[in-house]
Design a protein around this ligand. Structure first.
Ligand code: MG
Length: 177
């Protein structure tokens, strides 16, 4: 019997304000739109929620602890760099992504045409199968700050496995050579 749970669950949530004169970056992908998200980094709200969920599952605090917005090193940085650094933190704890289920809340623009490339991009940075990353998008029917297009919110739920579990797992048995 191992002294740790077989599966770790993490949750992440983030919101950024929509403003004129900024590119809109979601899931590491630039999406054509009249407005972009305001923030110290590229303000990629989806990737931030994902990082927070990963750090949460690993009991490693949150994105603000590891990559503070008071640090000039992170000004304008691609959030994919933060995601890669997060993956390295998990790797140091011998933790591997099981799956991620992400939800964007945005009235505009239409997200659906961009979901596949966002999945591909995030999976590539996480070195995960693309099927491990699900992205959904919803409007709020015009209600609330997202509905008024004042900002975009994102939610993320992830599972992590320990590398030991993976090695012991049936899916890798027979790979002993
Ligand atoms: Mg953020």
């Amino acid at each position: 019997m191992k002294n740790h749970p077989a599966v770790l669950i993490g949750f992440g949530y983030d919101v950024h304000r929509l403003v004129k004169g900024r590119p809109l970056i979601l899931g590491g992908v630039e999406i054509p739109h009249t407005h972009g998200l305001l923030g110290h980094s590229d303000a990629d709200v989806l990737t931030h929620a994902l990082c927070d969920a990963l750090l949460g599952a690993a009991s490693l605090g949150d994105i603000g602890t590891h990559f503070p917005d008071s640090d000039p090193a992170y000004r304008g940085i691609s959030s994919l760099v933060l995601l890669k650094k997060t993956r390295m933190l998990l790797k140091n704890k011998k933790l591997t992504l099981g799956n991620a289920d992400l939800t964007l809340v945005a009235q505009q623009p239409k997200i659906a045409p961009h979901i596949q490339i966002m999945r591909d991009t995030l999976a590539s940075v996480l070195k995960s199968p693309v099927d491990a990353i699900n992205i959904k998008a919803t409007t709020t029917e015009g209600l609330g700050p997202a509905g008024r297009e004042e900002g975009i919110a994102a939610y993320a739920v992830v599972t992590l496995y320990t590398s030991e579990d993976l090695q012991d797992g049936p899916s890798l048995s027979g790979k002993s050579r």
